[in-house]
Design a protein around this ligand. Structure first.
Ligand SMILES: [Zn+2]
Length: 263
């Protein structure tokens, strides 16, 4: 099924690679699992003790929920499957407190984790601006969730496209370079008297090169069995390659569950 993976680009927050000889429905299942199924930690409940700011409690709670908390996900239980029966305990919940008085801008790092080395709050995300003597005092609880429950739990973004392949009939090609000039993304180059597709990542298969060729010597097509797969991390609890592996594990678990029910 899966013969070949070749990495094209890799950093801490994104990964682009070629998936060769793969069926589309499998690639799409992995893509969907990355977006919707991988658990992360996000703030779900907020108790306000004081809020004399200009913004309602609900808006502040929503903004707190969107902070992408970095956590050791494996060390948390889902609250609904926890031994506390959904009441909330240390095994399924991270606790935070925030106390601030204006004039000041309240940032994500003003939210303090209460004795928990499993969680890091990312810095410098503005939450609210407090005027003089305006006060904000609250406690918050973060729990595990999945992207399919709410976007605040989405771990990453994944997308793919067909691998672009260029074919040139050199009996017809006059090397007029029209195709190179007309390409809006400038992905074609002339190399040793040959037109070559140099940047497969940026080619979006628009076929402007094909249309620009007066001799109809150029043919650009996407290979449906060879995909360029891109993963971007939203929540830094994971590296991009971990998202891919985790998504495959989740799909495997789902398949095993189905098998158990069938036999
Ligand atoms: Zn619990």
């Amino acid at each position: 099924m899966l013969d070949n993976i070749k990495i094209l680009e890799k950093s801490n927050d994104h990964l682009i690679f070629i998936l060769d000889n793969i069926d589309l429905y499998i690639a799409n299942s992995i893509r969907r699992a990355i977006i919707a199924e991988i658990p992360t930690l996000a703030i779900e409940d907020v108790i306000f003790y004081e809020n004399s700011s200009s913004i309602h409690d609900e808006f502040i709670a929503l903004r707190l929920g969107l902070i992408p908390l970095i956590a050791k996900i494996d060390e948390f239980n889902f609250r609904d499957k926890c031994e506390c029966n959904g009441k909330g305990c240390k095994s399924c919940t991270a606790y935070f407190k925030l106390e601030a008085e204006g004039p000041k801008t309240v940032y994500s790092h003003d939210l303090k984790v209460i004795e928990d080395d499993r969680v890091i709050v990312p810095k410098n995300i503005p939450i609210i601006k407090l005027g003089r003597k305006q006060r904000l005092v609250l406690e918050a609880e973060a729990i595990l969730g999945r992207g399919k429950d709410h976007a605040k739990w989405q771990a990453g973004i994944a997308a793919y496209k067909y691998y672009p392949e260029i074919r040139i009939n050199y009996e017809r090609c006059t090397l007029c370079k029209n195709c190179i000039e007309e390409c809006p993304r400038k992905v074609l180059k002339l190399e040793d008297d040959k037109i070559v597709l140099k940047d497969v990542i940026r080619c979006n298969l628009c076929k402007a090169c094909e249309e620009a060729c007066p001799e109809e010597a150029l043919n650009l097509n996407g290979n449906e069995k060879k995909l360029i797969f891109k993963i971007e991390v939203i929540n830094k609890s994971y590296k991009p390659e971990e998202l891919f592996i985790k998504a495959c594990e989740i799909l495997k678990e789902k398949a095993q569950e189905l098998k158990k029910k069938l036999y």
